[in-house]
Write a protein that binds this ligand. Structure first.
Ligand SMILES: Cc1ncc(COP(=O)(O)O)c(C=O)c1O
Length: 440
């Protein structure tokens, strides 16, 4: 270990992992789709950080906007009006899925946005319960971790999950409903969620919160009709439908939001990550105009010191300028067939790749012991990453960094990635998967 690695291991607590034995490259620079470490190694950022750096690293326009803002006004209380905040909220309204537009409440991160959207839904409906899916991630804060439907929740559960009701959502590759076709999966998943609703008493449910494409839990695409039918179901019962677009927003799926790509419009959306391409922490709750109006005559029930922080909104506005000027919000549509073909070839070639799936620039490889049994290559909710750690280490040696959860590895480069860079990553994956299969 270098002296900095030693200091890091000694003094920094790293999220979610056992701390003993942690060692990682010391990243000191980013440029385009690449990261560089202090040993002079270059890595292709195959997961856009944590699926967030949609613009790629060191975009000059965003860097300049942040520097200019720091020199002009680094902070003003949220009660003051601010030009960049107004312009960013206007731009979000313009690219939102709502013809009526929206207003945005800015937060510092996705977790905080999910905490706040639950409070808004409860305030707006006067109901207390919130439905969220298993195998979901909604953030690491007090409430958002209780909305989360996987093992990261277990640590935070003692903080109380009052009113959070969970259900199983579709997972076509591993149907929780023993379905054999997408149509069956949708029909059975709907029957299940309707049954949950019946037993919970629908008129006690304020909101149903869902990732329109499951993100860190494995880039799971819902079968046709599922989200549309959830839309109908929630409407029928006066339940607010909330899309957590923290990971799927800002071009990741080939449209501004997954809502537009998938043709289903929620009532509220939470955002973060891509809104600033992760250059500065920023999240938000986008509230459609007809709901936001409710707060004209009553106090808005959320607030933070950093709500609409000038540095963050300046970065957000410059990021949205770059997405627009460089045509990136729909570039995922062009990247999709290239990624599908490259990753599909890996799935066909390697027995340990059970499925390559995704849309836009949002793909993943699900690894299995063998294709027939589909047994996950490493156990879910196990201790550590098992052999997935070896895969990621091997990829790093080949100049590619990514991450994953359980037995699923993320393939979600910045939207600026070139075809040659995709080919480079696919070739690295090919080699690393081959090595992993040999070592098993
Ligand atoms: C879908 C989703 N929601 C919420 C969050 C939490 O966002 P943050 O880490 O900015 O709090 C994440 C983070 O990965 C996410 O993927």
């Amino acid at each position: 270990m270098t002296p900095i690695q030693e200091k890091h291991a000694r003094y920094v607590l790293t999220p979610w992992l056992p701390q003993a034995g942690l060692v990682a490259p010391v990243i000191c620079r980013g440029e385009g789709v690449h990261l560089f470490d202090t040993d002079g190694n270059r890595y292709l950022d195959w997961a856009s950080g944590l699926i967030a750096v949609n613009l790629g690293h060191a975009h000059p326009g965003v860097a300049k906007a942040i520097a200019d803002q720091a020199h002009t006004l680094a902070y003003a209380a949220p009660g003051f009006f601010n030009e960049k905040r107004a312009l960013l909220a206007e731009r979000l309204s313009e690219i939102s899925p709502w013809a009526e537009g929206c207003r945005t409440f800015f937060t510092t991160a996705g977790a905080e946005a999910n905490d706040d959207v639950v409070r808004l839904a409860r305030t707006l409906t006067g109901r207390s319960k919130v439905m969220a899916a298993y195998r979901s991630f909604h953030g690491g804060s007090g409430l958002s971790i209780t909305l989360t439907g996987e093992d990261r929740r277990w640590h935070g559960e003692h903080m109380g999950a009052a009113g959070v009701v969970r259900f199983f959502a579709p997972y076509p590759y591993r149907s929780p409903f023993h379905a054999t076709t997408p149509e069956e999966e949708t029909a059975r998943a709907m029957e299940h969620v309707e049954r949950v609703l019946l037993h919970e008493k629908a008129d006690t449910v304020a909101a149903l919160l869902i990732e329109p494409v499951v993100g860190s839990n494995g880039v799971i695409l819902y079968p046709d009709g599922y989200l549309a039918r959830l839309r109908q179901l929630t409407e029928r019962h006066g339940i607010l439908l909330v899309f957590d677009e923290v990971m799927t927003g800002f071009g990741r799926t080939g449209a501004a939001f997954a809502s537009q790509r998938l043709g289903v419009t929620p009532d509220l959306m939470t955002i973060a990550k891509g809104v600033t391409s992760a250059y500065i922490p920023l999240g938000g709750v986008m509230v459609k105009e007809s709901l936001a109006k409710a707060f004209d005559g009553r106090a808005f029930p959320c607030g933070h010191t950093y709500a609409g922080h000038p540095m963050a909104v300046a970065a957000g506005l410059a990021t949205l300028d770059a997405y627009r000027d460089e045509g990136l919000l729909d570039r995922g549509r062009a990247l999709e067939p290239i990624l599908r073909e490259g990753l599909g070839k890996l799935a066909a070639k390697h027995d340990i790749v059970g499925e390559a799936r995704g849309l836009g620039a949002f793909f993943a490889l699900e690894l299995v012991k063998d294709k027939a049994s589909r047994e996950p290559l490493v156990p879910w909710h196990g201790q550590g990453m098992g052999v997935m750690k070896d895969l990621y280490a091997n990829l790093r040696k080949r100049g590619v960094v990514t991450f994953g959860k359980f037995n699923v590895a993320m393939c979600a480069p910045p939207l600026t990635v070139s075809e040659a860079e995709i080919a480079f990553a696919i070739s690295a994956l090919d080699g690393a998967l081959g090595d992993l299969a040999k070592a098993l």
